[in-house]
Write a protein of this length. Structure first.
Lengths: 80, 401
């Protein structure tokens, strides 16, 4: 029996890197758009929220665009 | 289709029935986490998945053309009766695992059925045993590991990055991510699995002499296979959705998103790199990985163990049923009729058994959070006690939040 270890390794490597990269990018995007919450004090005081800066916003949209490109490539792989 | 003999007609109908069970068995792969985290309402999720399966089925015929050459030796005298017996084995196995709520691979059931029927009818020469090992056994072990490890790392990462944002602020983002990745899995599933049925029908038409060898599937085959898988997907295998969405682990939106992304990536990467992995095993692996990736997350190994046992039994189980069917079907027309009657009776029995504790879109998420086991009907409708405000004396009791 001949196991194609190279192909299996390639699938593993590509899957791992792509998944982690995509999830990471998308999370950075989500985090960039969410207001920052400073944790409240231990006495129970409410945390303060600061709106995301324009830079964070722009960065988030770059992340989402990259993810959208990956989805488009995925659809291309299915269709071709 | 100039002239279809009766047996070819029977094979085509049986193949479409298998396609239908394939659809509802595999709805869970794309939509279980989306449903269990509440990203989409159950009915909306299965409707979306059904449409994408339908679209996916029309996208390509490449997979359909590889089904015949690979595992079963086309030249070894495979006859429509053998394909019929194989399909009966696959359908009955799919229904049995659905009754048990276990996600098992529909493709393995199909291959197991065809192999079992071929072994009984043609003998060992008709089956490429090394192809089975390479195309089925190795991927079956590799799929959950690859997808699970990727999902575990992704889950760890997304929790770390989002640690300083509250769940309510990130909910919309994760919801969008889950829907998108679920959609990709559905589309890929339609392209892959509907085509397997198209391939089988085409194989039967070639075997029966209605089509020239190496033909592409005719249009009516493509349309009917697409409709059958979409209908099956829409009806939804709610028992399996419950197991994958609630039974294996508790899934929160970040985990659902990581698991789905891992599934979509592994399915596309593996088929693109020519090492196709089973969708069911990839998705189950992702879900377990996302359970391990969250701090404090648990995987219910009892349920996972039963699932893995079902994976191991799928090939021999479907093969055994198909082998027995092939033995009968080879006796002649009365044998084929007997197999058909027994097959229908088996399906009816399983369906009747499923009615005793129904799982549908309304109660799919009603699971005991501690054990992952289904709540009984009484527990599912949680008695909500509303304190009646006393109007006679004193202020109404304030609700504390």
């Amino acid at each position: 029996m001949d196991i194609d270890w190279a192909a299996l390794g390639e699938v593993f490597g590509v899957s791992l890197v792509t998944t982690v990269a995509l999830v990471g990018l998308f999370t950075v995007g989500i985090v960039g758009l969410a207001p920052r919450t400073e944790p409240g004090g231990e006495d129970g005081s409410a945390g303060t929220e600061t709106a995301p800066t324009p830079l964070a916003r722009a960065g988030a949209y770059v992340c989402f665009t990259l993810c959208a490109a990956a989805v488009a490539y995925g659809i291309y792989l299915i269709v071709k | 289709m100039e002239h279809l003999s009766l047996i070819i007609g029977v094979v085509v109908v049986t193949a479409l029935v298998f396609d239908f069970t394939n659809g509802f068995h595999d709805t869970a792969n794309a939509m279980a986490t989306t449903i269990s985290t509440g990203a989409l309402k159950p009915k909306t999720a299965v409707a979306m998945s059904a449409v994408l399966n339908l679209v996916g089925a029309f996208l390509s015929v490449e997979v359909a053309k590889t089904i015949s050459g690979g595992i079963i030796d086309e030249g070894s005298g495979i006859r429509p009766e053998v394909i019929f017996a194989g399909l009966v084995g696959a359908i009955v196995w799919n229904l049995l695992t659905w009754l048990a709520g276990l996600p098992s691979s529909s493709s393995h059931a199909l291959f197991g059925g065809l192999v079992g029927a071929t072994l009984v009818s043609v003998g060992w020469g008709g089956v490429h045993m090394d192809a089975i090992a390479m195309k089925i056994l190795i991927p079956a072990v590799a799929a959950p590991l690859v997808a699970g490890i990727a999902a575990a790392f992704a889950t760890r990462l997304t929790y770390r990055l989002g640690a300083r944002r509250s769940a309510s602020q990130t909910a919309r983002g994760y919801r969008a991510g889950q829907i998108t990745s679920g959609a990709l899995v559905s589309l890929a599933h339609g392209t892959n699995d509907a085509q397997k049925t198209m391939g089988v029908i085409t194989l039967a038409l070639i075997a029966g002499g209605s089509l020239a060898p190496d033909s592409d599937p005719p249009t009516w085959v493509i349309v009917s296979a697409a409709l059958a898988i979409a209908l099956g997907t829409y009806l939804g295998g709610w028992r399996i959705i419950r197991t994958m969405g609630k039974g294996l682990t508790d899934i929160q939106p970040p985990q659902g998103f990581s698991a789905q992304t891992s599934s979509a990536t592994v399915i596309l990467a593996s088929s693109h790199l020519g090492f196709a992995l089973s969708t069911t095993q990839v998705c189950s692996g992702s879900i377990m990985g996302s359970g391990l990736g969250r701090k404090g997350g648990v995987v219910r190994w009892g349920t996972a163990g039963r699932m893995v046992a079902a994976w191991g039994l799928t090939l021999p189980g479907a093969g055994l049923i198909a082998g027995a069917s092939a033995f009968l079907a080879d006796r002649g027309d009365w044998g084929v009729v007997t197999v058909a009657v027994l097959g229908i009776a088996a399906c009816a029995t399983i369906w009747a058994a499923s009615r005793r504790n129904r799982v549908d879109h309304a109660n799919v998420n009603d699971v005991d959070p501690a054990t992952g086991l289904a709540l009984t009907a009484d527990e599912a409708v949680e008695p909500v006690t509303i304190p009646t405000p006393r109007t006679t004396s004193g202020p109404a009791p304030q609700a504390t939040v």
